[in-house]
Structures are given as structure tokens and as C-alpha cells.
Design a protein around this ligand. Structure first.
Ligand code: GTP
Ligand code: MG
Length: 196
């Protein structure tokens, strides 16, 4: 997809602060440091639209980015960040669960997985939850530039087999690999949601 306009709209650190939806939304979920914010930058062709960092826990609230005045990408705060307090983790869970469970305009969710680690319990639980509420999702392998070609094709094949029938899209925010495929998936998810 050709992105001509991408802009920050809002951030929400509490359920009450979540803004009304302006467009269909696609949420980007995954553990801290997996590459959610980097993916948003690559997808929109804006180097520093979303703040990224080597230090996990960079993105704190839900962050809403409008794209082409047609859809909104929602950067979810990362989980699995060990040095967070119990209270913070509970707040995170309430915030994200509330959003996922109640957002009428949510057309789909990207579940990001580091291509070198594969999905863990949290990602599989999220997928199960999304299935149970009838929300479309795809797994997205991130950082594929970090693996050699044969290692990557072996891992992709393993993941696809393990996660079937869910789709798996291999991407790199560094090289731009897989970004077109990801946009295609998003367009289809939004079109399907409109019909349903
Ligand atoms: N080589 C490579 N590094 C990447 C890629 N995507 C992200 N990174 C690096 O991984 C680190 C974390 O990226 P972020 O995009 O900030 O991760 P995040 O998921 O938004 O993290 P939180 O906001 O903490 O939840 C940064 O140092 C990025 O430069 C990629 O495709 N390839
Ligand atoms: Mg982030």
C-alpha cells in the first residue's frame, strides 16, 4: 500500500483515555522489544513516527497512528518485560484486554513473534482469545534479516506448520521484506470486517 499520510493521533495509558475510533483499526501486539514500533515505521515509510528503542518497555500506552486518513494502526504496549512491577503488569493487562474485547472498529490483530524465538505461551493465548471472539489475526515474524536464508526458510516452515491454519508473514523492518504482504493481509481484514 502506498502511504501518503501517516500521523500520530493519540496515546492512551488508561482505558478511559482510549479515543473514539476514527477509522477501522489494526492492532500490533507482541512482547517488548519484538519490533512493533519499528514495524509501524517501516509500514508507513516514516523513520521515526513511532519511538523505538533497544531498551524493552519503550512504548507505554496504546498509541494510535492514522494512515492515509483511512485506517488506524494501534501500537500496543509490549508485555513480558520482567522489570515491570506487578501493578504495572496488571494495569497493562486491563488496558489491552479492555481494548481488544470492546473495540467495535478493530478489524484485525498482528501478533508479532521474533523469528529467532518463535511464539511463547502469551502469543498462543492471545491467538486463542482472538479466535474465541472472532477477531482476525495473523502471526508476523519479525527481524528476519537476522537469520541466514536457509535458517530462515527452515524456521518459517516450522512456524507455519505449528501455527496452521493461522497465517504467518515473515518480515524485516530493516530490509522491508514482507511489508507488502502484510498490507495485503490488512486490506483483506478490513474489507472482510466491512462485509460482516
Ligand atoms: N535487525 C533488526 N532489528 C530490528 C527490527 N525490528 C526492530 N529491531 C530492533 O529491535 C529493537 C526493539 O524494536 P522496537 O520497535 O522498539 O520494539 P517494540 O516491540 O516496539 O518494543 P516496546 O515498545 O518496548 O514494546 C530496536 O533496537 C530495533 O532497532 C528488524 O526488523 N531487524
Ligand atoms: Mg514500541
Amino acid at each position: 500500500m502506498k502511504v501518503t499520510l501517516a500521523e500520530f493521533r493519540a496515546s492512551a495509558a488508561t482505558p478511559a483515555a482510549i479515543p473514539a475510533a476514527a477509522h477501522p483499526e489494526v492492532a500490533i501486539a507482541g512482547r517488548s522489544n519484538v519490533g512493533k514500533s519499528s514495524l509501524i515505521n517501516r509500514m508507513t515509510g516514516r523513520r521515526s513516527l513511532a519511538r523505538t528503542s533497544r531498551t524493552p518497555g519503550c512504548t507505554r500506552g496504546l498509541i494510535f497512528y492514522d494512515v492515509n486518513a483511512a485506517l488506524t494502526l494501534v501500537d500496543l504496549p509490549g508485555y513480558g518485560y520482567a522489570s515491570r512491577s506487578q501493578t504495572e503488569r496488571r494495569q497493562w493487562k486491563t488496558l489491552v484486554e479492555r481494548y481488544l474485547a470492546t473495540r467495535e472498529e478493530l478489524a484485525g490483530v498482528l501478533i508479532l513473534v521474533d523469528c529467532r524465538r518463535g511464539p511463547q505461551a502469551e502469543e498462543l493465548e492471545l491467538a486463542e482469545y482472538l479466535t474465541s471472539v472472532g477477531l482476525a489475526y495473523t502471526f508476523v515474524m519479525t527481524k528476519t534479516d537476522k537469520l541466514g536464508r536457509s535458517e530462515l526458510s527452515r524456521r518459517s516452515a516450522d512456524l507455519r506448520e505449528a501455527l496452521e491454519p493461522a497465517p504467518v508473514i515473515a518480515t524485516s523492518s530493516e530490509s522491508g521484506a514482507g511489508i507488502d504482504t502484510l498490507w495485503k493481509w490488512i486490506r483483506a481484514a478490513i474489507a472482510t470486517e466491512r462485509q460482516g
